[in-house]
Design a protein around this ligand. Structure first.
Ligand SMILES: NC(=O)c1ccc[n+]([C@@H]2O[C@H](COP(=O)([O-])OP(=O)(O)OC[C@H]3O[C@@H](n4cnc5c(N)ncnc54)[C@H](O)[C@@H]3O)[C@@H](O)[C@H]2O)c1
Length: 259
């Protein structure tokens, strides 16, 4: 039920963090994986690790906010692996800016990567999946921050993730008749390089890490999730086990959203 043998998966943000764990797990399930990331060198290393473990993987440098680069990413997947069956879209940026200080340029860059990037990555995946005529499965990595305020100084990011969650539902509705399933996974706090960098940058800028998630006891299962926790939910949602599931947003957050 969880086998992906013969399928091609494009994983964005796969050079590190959650995307890398997803790429590894989908490869272990039998998929050919396009490891896509703006960090082209790290993407190359991640793809090489998968190949060393016996999988099929290729790296692709891409800035997901650029339409031409996103189109090229799918051309690489299509030409090298002959189909696009699965997309797990994990690439995003999450710098923190107080709402009263954020500049238009900072706001626009976050929306360009996180929201326009999601639209571009999803739109081009769906074009390829429809042309292939065999349906497909998409998982967008959104966030609990798209549902409610989680930590302070996250307005631009939260707005972009609320949009990502909404785009997930819209696409699920519009492309179900093509047997293209579109779901989202909403991580809570997850121990990744990106999360560590974001909190270090906050400290450096003199910003206190505060907000609902920081309250003691607020995450029922405690501590932070791992990239592998998020990847497991992604594998389920792209696999045949989830063949009748679309338009769902699955929080993998240790219970934060219900607390
Ligand atoms: N870590 C958390 O606590 C957490 C919580 C909720 C949601 N998320 C979401 O999970 C996803 C992965 O986050 P992570 O924690 O693994 O972060 P990360 O920074 O470790 O990994 C993100 C990857 O995306 C890539 N990327 C960034 N901008 C890009 C662009 N313009 N084009 C292509 N690639 C780009 C980065 O180079 C990086 O490799 C993101 O969508 C993030 O919003 C993370």
């Amino acid at each position: 039920m969880y086998a992906l043998t013969g399928k091609t998966a494009v994983v964005t943000g796969a050079a590190r963090g959650i995307g890398k764990a997803v790429a590894n797990l989908l490869s272990a399930a039998g998929a050919n994986v396009l490891v896509a990331d703006i960090l082209a060198g790290n993407a190359e290393e991640s793809a090489a690790e998968i190949r060393r473990d016996g999988g099929q993987a290729l790296a692709c440098g891409v800035d997901i906010s650029e339409e031409s680069e996103v189109k090229r990413m799918y051309e690489v997947a299509q030409s090298q692996f002959k189909s696009v069956d699965i997309l797990v879209h994990s690439a995003a940026m999450f710098p923190k800016y107080p709402l009263l200080d954020i500049t238009v340029e900072q706001w626009d860059r976050i929306q360009a990567v996180n929201l326009r990037g999601t639209m571009l990555v999803m739109r081009e995946a769906i074009r390829h999946m429809r042309a292939g005529g065999k349906g497909g499965a998409i998982v967008n990595i959104s966030s609990v921050s798209g549902e409610r305020e989680v930590v302070f100084h996250n307005a631009a990011y939260g707005a972009s993730k609320a949009g990502t969650t909404n785009l997930t539902r819209v696409a699920a509705l519009e492309f179900g008749s093509d047997q293209i399933r579109v779901n989202a996974v909403l991580p809570g706090g997850t121990a990744t390089e990106g999360a560590r960098e974001a909190s270090e940058a906050m400290k450096k800028a003199g910003m206190e890490l505060k907000g609902p998630m920081m309250h003691p006891g607020r995450v029922p299962l405690g501590a932070m999730g791992s990239p592998e926790d998020i990847a497991a939910a992604c594998l389920f949602l792209v696999s045949p086990a989830a063949r009748y599931i679309t338009g769902q947003c699955l929080a993998v957050d240790g219970g934060f959203l219900v607390s």
